[in-house]
Design a protein around this ligand. Structure first.
Ligand code: FPP
Length: 253
């Protein structure tokens, strides 16, 4: 059941079509297509990232509107260090400035902001400082938790969790799914119910590998800078039409 764009109720009313009792608790977003959005306009790639801020804010407001409690966005992967140095520098500073510009506004709306990823020497000190300040400032909020996956890799997260588990003194017989999950970067979140990837790419690209074992995946051709809350609602509409079986047989079988 994909959203039918000919539906006479139109985009704006898509929220009213959602079943409020089955809103996904946790939505993940791979925010892809910034570079192509900029290239299509003859702009530098970094302008595409800058335009992604509006998309991110509108998506957060959409999540607040419909009652999503956890939103996790992929802002910088462990593989993104291989991009041109100028683009990496831009993304680092942009992330810091975005927090400076937007954290008060998000704090007022009841958004807790946390970061998932390696806080290693590659992340500039000024960015780490801003991450810590933002996490502390918004720590008391519970309406929505926005997790920014930054210097994040799904495999790296599993490796780090296993290392931490071993460092805690665990024996081979202590290793279990539950024990590993306890040491993931964020261990109080429910697994994502829904993961959305923009820009017409059908990949996971090392995003939340452990956590998405049973997530529903929705792909859209919309480039991230054009993504708005209506696109989030459409993805949730599609999610609500899916039959989640978690490896069991369905109710109708
Ligand atoms: C992928 O597009 C996007 C990124 C690597 C960065 C995502 C960053 C933002 C959306 C900026 C706002 C958010 C935060 C939290 C700082 P791409 O560059 O791979 O696009 P392409 O596939 O078209 O080249």
């Amino acid at each position: 059941m994909t959203f039918d764009p000919r539906d006479s109720r139109g985009d704006r009313d898509i929220l009213s079509l959602l079943d409020r009792r089955r809103i996904p608790k946790h939505v993940g977003c791979v925010m892809d297509g910034n570079g192509r959005w900029a290239q299509k306009r003859g702009l530098p790639r970094t302008d595409g990232h800058a335009a992604g801020e509006e998309a991110l804010m509108d998506t957060i407001y959409g999540a607040l509107d419909c009652g999503v409690e956890w939103l996790t966005v992929y802002a910088f992967s462990t593989e993104n260090w291989r991009r041109p140095a100028d683009e990496v520098r831009f993304l680092m500073n942009f992330n810091r400035m975005l927090l400076e510009r937007r954290s008060d506004e998000l704090n007022e709306k009841g958004v807790r902001i946390i970061f998932a990823g390696r806080r290693d020497w590659r992340v500039p000190r000024s960015v780490l400082k801003r991450i810590e300040l933002t996490e502390a400032k918004t720590a008391h909020n519970r309406r929505l938790t926005l997790t920014i996956a930054f210097n994040y890799g799904g495999r790296a997260e599993i490796v780090d969790a296993v290392k931490a588990l071993i460092a805690s003194g665990a024996k081979a017989s202590d290793v279990s799914e539950k024990a590993i999950a306890k040491y993931l970067y964020i261990n109080d979140a429910p697994d994502p119910d829904l993961v959305i990837r923009t820009s017409g790419e059908y990949r996971i690209s090392n995003f939340l590998l452990w956590e998405i074992a049973y997530s529903e995946l929705v792909f859209t051709d919309v480039l991230w800078p054009d993504f708005r809350r209506e696109d989030l609602f459409k993805a949730i509409y599609e999610y609500q039409g899916r039959n989640r079986r978690y490896g069991k047989v369905g109710d109708s079988n």
